[in-house]
Design a protein around this ligand. Structure first.
Ligand code: PHB
Length: 392
């Protein structure tokens, strides 16, 4: 008797994941994120941003509770990312997949989300090509070509003529390198040297020395936000490039709000282009910063936190419009053309590419009320990803 009851209980348990979702079930969002290791900031920022949205807007939409299921991918680990996506689909029966700080982790899940028809929202990973890999992929963050192109123009207009390009040796680095070269040389600028630096455990000293020896007007840099940026800035300061008159210009990954304090005074005056600064002045950003602080009072949100927050805004909008009755193809149709009043400014998801169109700001690191901030001083409005044009 005892064992029969146990068998029944087991059968019921195993049957549950395969039961069709009902209105009473939560909407499950599987988040694949870098929660540990050298890129742990990425996962922290994305998930805290997502939770800030839930806290601010309530955890129930159209009668359905929203549940985040966070899985740690550890670092740049495409195989792990793939396995986690499979598990989220098969075992957890998620309605959406989201997350992805790093490009290789995002690219790895494309075949799975296509096969399983899971709307998948990239919260950060920024190599242009990602959204072309599945009709179920969309992105609320940025692309490297999008945020880099305006910097080439700015550099030329501000008297910079010779630039050394230094990027991380993987997808977003190649995109940044190509986009900077294109916009800067189109104006007449010259690339006097280029280097691709390792993504993991980089020692920037020797690269920075070589840059110094070639005496450019400026070095253009893309390295992933966080520890890499801190490491590059340290080498730039220690090898005396600023003193030698070599300016540092970069995408905003270099001076992101999560680590700007750790960069210290060396960062003052650094010019970057990006889609989000915590110093952005708008009611939406004020609300976002307050919601983030309510969850994680010790830290400042960065662009990855905004990605997490806006991914939830997208999910809430879809669930609301479908009145809680989810359907993957209907969800994707609603995502195409969606507009969100983001903390960074207005964003729109382009229908053809499912990628994000947004303002790109030129910023300078300045001290505001005793703290370092990326102060926006010039806006290029409504920039589409130019990377898509390049591959057409
Ligand atoms: C990426 O891997 O796509 C990536 C990671 C960190 C960044 C930007 C892009 O800061």
């Amino acid at each position: 008797m005892h064992s029969i009851r146990r068998c029944l209980a087991l059968a019921l348990l195993t049957a549950v994941p395969f039961a069709a979702a009902t209105a009473a079930d939560p909407i499950k969002v599987g988040v694949i994120a870098e929660m540990t290791g050298a890129f742990a900031d990425f996962g922290q920022q994305m998930t805290t941003g997502a939770r800030a949205y839930i806290k601010e807007h309530g955890d129930t939409v159209a009668g359905r509770k929203i549940e985040l299921i966070v899985r740690d991918v550890g670092g740049p680990a495409p195989d792990v990312s793939k396995r986690l996506a499979q598990e989220l689909v098969v075992k957890d029966n998620v309605d959406f997949i989201a997350g992805f700080g790093l490009t290789p982790n995002a690219l790895a899940v494309a075949p799975i989300v296509t096969e399983a028809k899971k709307p998948t929202i990239i919260m950060n990973a920024a190599t242009s090509i990602i959204t072309t890999k599945s009709p179920y992929l969309t992105r609320v963050s940025m692309t490297l070509p999008q945020v880099t192109a305006p910097l080439g123009d700015w550099a030329w207009k501000n008297g910079i003529r010779k630039v050394y390009s230094a990027v991380a040796d993987y997808g977003p680095g190649y995109d940044a390198e190509a986009a900077f070269k294109k916009s800067f040389t189109a104006q007449g600028g010259q690339i006097v040297g280029e280097v691709r630096m390792p993504l993991t455990n980089p020692d920037y000293g020797p690269f920075v020395q070589r840059i110094k020896d070639s005496k450019p007007d400026a070095v253009f840099v893309f390295v992933p936000a966080g520890e890499s940026a801190v490491g590059f800035m340290k080498a730039y300061a220690e090898r005396g490039l600023a003193a030698a008159g070599i300016k540092l210009i970069a995408t905003g990954d270099m001076t992101d709000d999560g680590v700007i304090d750790a960069l210290g005074a060396n960062a003052l005056g650094v010019i970057t282009t990006h889609h989000y600064s915590a110093a952005h002045v708008s009611p939406e950003n004020k609300a976002f910063i307050a919601a983030y602080a309510a969850i994680d009072p010790g830290h400042r949100p960065n662009f990855m936190a905004v990605g997490g927050y806006d991914a939830m805004a997208m999910i809430y909008s879809v669930v609301r419009q479908l009145n809680g009755n989810l359907d993957a193809d209907k969800a994707m149709a609603l995502i195409k053309g969606m507009k969100i009043a983001s903390p960074r400014g207005p964003i729109e998801i382009e229908t053809d590419t499912r990628d994000v169109t947004q303002n790109v700001y030129v910023r300078e690191v300045r001290r505001v009320d005793g703290k370092l901030y990326n102060v926006e001083f010039f806006t290029t409005p409504n920039v589409k990803d130019p990377g898509k044009e390049a591959v057409k």
